[in-house]
Design a protein around this ligand. Structure first.
Ligand code: NAI
Ligand code: ISE
Length: 343
């Protein structure tokens, strides 16, 4: 048995997921695709040698009889509509982040999923599947640095094509929001955003960098620099400071060169390369669990919590103050997914 997948959105990450499902992973095939840019959709079908039909729009993909499960990789503002339609059709859906662009949109998805009675939604927070984050979590959970007190992070990208408004917070920082609550088994109570001197190398009108300060229920303080026009590379840093030591996210492995009076290693530039293994593991596990009728990755609830936190960050940026985060109570429906969160 093979899981037959329909993909909505054949842009950067849509193409990357289609490639990995078709050529690297097992147990699934792409049978349907769509994109508002039809020419691109046809090109991808041809280039990847897919036995897939190009549909007129996302709703036709979701409703197609041959589609068992849906992957949503279109622009963020379209996610809510396609995830709700997948739930209405009773089909499992893997949605790239953000689950929806507002907390209200995510809440609608949570409510629809609960009303359906069975978890169907997974959100593309792939860092939870990253080997280096999993190593760091093991160390922290084992108490090797004592109880965590502070976390220092950086999310740097060479440039941010297509970024507008608050996307540094709502599109890039959302990865930290998700992975840090998973890493610390905690949730957030407040957010503050500090705006350093702006780089001249960001698109006109865009603030870059940001510093976000989050406080957790346990009183852990997290500071994250988000700098998406840093020029030099794609660089993700995370250091947990505990009562008895510090633990750093391992650097991606790279050859160390000693030559011409210099000691050097390469720095990755593309987010696709930095997390390539994590996307593979994430989607293989999604395929495997979907085939078993299970859903055990980052849930619609996780997508909702991230959106509530991102909204607080945007408000904190606007007001310059410390914004309390009212985290809604998690419905019992999502308790069964705890095992994964604490793994
Ligand atoms: P992109 O702009 O390269 O691709 C999006 C594609 O969706 C475009 O081809 C566009 O024509 C298509 N599209 C937009 N609206 C549509 C609609 N209503 N119906 C059908 N197709 C539609 O963008 P990219 O970088 O691939 O990002 C897509 C989503 O994936 C975003 O939400 C982004 O935040 C997320 N993403 C997640 C990453 C991760 O690390 N987990 C990495 C990169 C993107
Ligand atoms: C992009 O949308 C992603 O999700 C990448 O993982 C992220 O780190 C990058 O900065 C975003 O543009």
């Amino acid at each position: 048995m093979v899981l037959k997948i329909g993909v909505i959105g054949t842009g950067a990450i849509g193409q990357d997921h289609i490639r990995r499902i078709t050529h690297s992973l097992t147990g699934a095939e792409i049978v349907a695709v769509t994109d508002v840019n039809k020419e691109q959709a046809y090109t991808v079908v041809e280039r990847e040698n897919l036995n897939a039909k190009v549909y007129e729009n996302g709703h036709d993909v979701i409703e197609a009889d041959e589609v068992d499960a849906v992957i949503v990789t279109s622009w963020g503002p379209t996610h809510e509509e396609f995830v709700l339609a997948s739930i209405a059709a009773g089909k499992p859906v893997f949605c790239e982040k953000p689950l929806a662009t507002t907390a209200e949109g995510c809440k609608k998805i949570v409510d629809a999923e609960i009303a359906h009675g069975k978890p169907l939604v997974q959100v593309g927070f792939m860092r939870r599947y990253d080997k280096s984050y999993r190593q760091l979590k093991k160390v922290v959970d084992a108490g090797k640095v004592g109880d965590p007190l502070m976390v220092h992070c950086a999310h740097r990208a060479p440039s941010a094509p297509g970024f507008s408004g608050d996307m540094a917070l709502t599109d890039a920082f959302v990865h930290e929001i998700d992975v840090l609550r998973w890493l610390l088994n905690d949730d957030y109570v407040s957010a503050q955003v500090i705006l350093p001197r702006n780089t001249r190398l960001a698109d006109k009108g865009l603030q870059d960098p940001h510093i976000v300060l989050l406080e957790t229920k346990q009183g852990i303080r997290i500071d994250t620099e988000i700098f998406v026009n840093c020029q030099y590379g794609y660089d993700i840093q995370c250091q947990v400071v505990g009562e008895t030591g510090t633990a750093n996210l391992p650097e991606p492995s790279s050859v160390t060169i000693r030559s011409e009076t210099k000691l050097s290693t390469d720095i990755l530039v593309d987010w696709k390369d930095r997390f390539i293994d994590s996307y593979d593991v994430e989607l293989q596990e999604w395929i495997n669990s979907t085939m078993k009728g299970e859903m055990n990755g980052p849930s619609a609830w996780d997508g909702y919590v991230v959106a509530v936190t991102a909204d607080a960050c945007v408000k904190a940026k606007e007001t310059g103050g410390i914004v309390p985060i009212e985290m809604p109570e998690r419905p019992a429906f999502y308790d069964k997914l705890d095992a994964f969160i604490k793994a």
